[in-house]
Each structure stands twice: as C-alpha cells, then as structure tokens.
Design a protein around this ligand. Sequence first.
Ligand code: IYR
Length: 229
Amino acid sequence: MANVPKDFHPVPLPDYEEYPAAEMLARAEAFRAMVARRHTVRDFSSRPVPRALIETCLRAAGTAPNGANHQPWHFTVIGNPALKTRIRVAAEEEERAFYAGKAGEEWLKALAPLGTDPNKPFLEEAPWLIAIFGARSSASVDGVMRKNYYVPESVSIATGFLIMALHQAGLATLTHTPSPMGFLNEICQRPPNEKPYILLVTGYPAVDATIPRHALDKKPLEEIASFLE
Ligand code: IYR
C-alpha cells in the first residue's frame, strides 16, 4: 500500500437515538405513509416560497452520505424571473428535438402515460428552480482542489434527501431532466468541472394540479425486494 500518513480522529457517535422496539415499526410506518403522499407535480402555483425554507431543506440535502465526504455537489437556486425564462427557453428547445423524434419510438411510448410534452411552463411559474450539479473535482476546506468519488451516487442521494425535505416542509417538486442540459452551466455560471444532473422545480402545487394515474402504480414489495435469510 502507498505510504499515506494516518489522519483518522474518531469521536463518539454524537446523536443516535434508539426507540423501543414497538415504536420502531410505528415510526417506519408513519414515515412510509408520509413518503407515499409525495407525488411528482407538473402544475405549479406562482405563490412565493420563502428563501429560508429552501435554505433549510438544502442544509438537510448537504448531510447526505457521499464519496470520501467531499460533498461533490452544488445547488444553484434560481428565483430570478429573467433567468427562469432563459432556462425555459433553452429547455424547451431541447425538449422539442426530443419529442420530435430524437428520443426514439420506444422512449416516447414509455412517456405516453405521463402526458409530458415539450412545453415546460412550470420553469417560469414555480417560484424556485434548483439546478443540481455534481463536481468531478472540488476544493477542500483549505482550498486545495482534489478529485471527487462516486459523484453520481452522492448527488443522487443528496437529491433524494432534498426532495423529501421539501415534501416534509409541504412543497411539491418535479425532477426535471432536459437532455442535454449543458446550458445550465452557462446560466448558473458554474465551472466546466461541474455537471448538471437534475433541475428540481419546487413550489406549491397549482390549485387544479393533476398527476398521471399511471404514477400511482407502484410495484409491490415482493417485486422490488427479496430476502435471503
Ligand atoms: N426530459 C423530458 C422527457 C422525460 C423523460 C423521462 I425518462 C421522464 O420520466 C419524464 C420526461 C421531459 O421533461 O419532458
């Protein structure tokens, strides 16, 4: 093994909470029910949402497990109407090519039950768009650039935390993935070592928001899990 100096300083597990066994199942069930009330929404209200609420949810996202604790993510939170318009224009241009055939027939068939099309009015209507970037390299606390590890995994887990934090706070989200979305680097002024992963749209749902019935079909446990005991 290479000669790497030791740099490990363990501290006692600071804040673990154990619950009585009977309470554990009740807590797991309450969480399951809370999570099951999250639905991907595409109809947003323009009602304002305080920045402080988004900040707290981002702090939760920033606690996600990640490669070597390099925290290889950046969240650009866009509330500026002119920037939202630029994002909508750029995203709709990509989506028009996608739906006009770039996606291929099989993919378009898979999307048919969702009712999506190239029009993305939510990119202007929702109060906040959160562009989520993964950094191939980033600066340590002392400012030294270093390589990051497991970037897609880390960013995806943090995004999951963020979606659940926003849901728990009472906001709706849409994980939007215009493809390609390199235009986000320019609009958000992010360096080329960062890759945009997801544009998370968030706000209150419109009063007449709908979801595709298809989205309610969830695979049963037996299909998504197997136990080897
Ligand atoms: N990015 C496109 C297409 C799209 C792709 C998948 I996979 C989805 O689950 C939903 C949409 C769009 O946003 O319309």
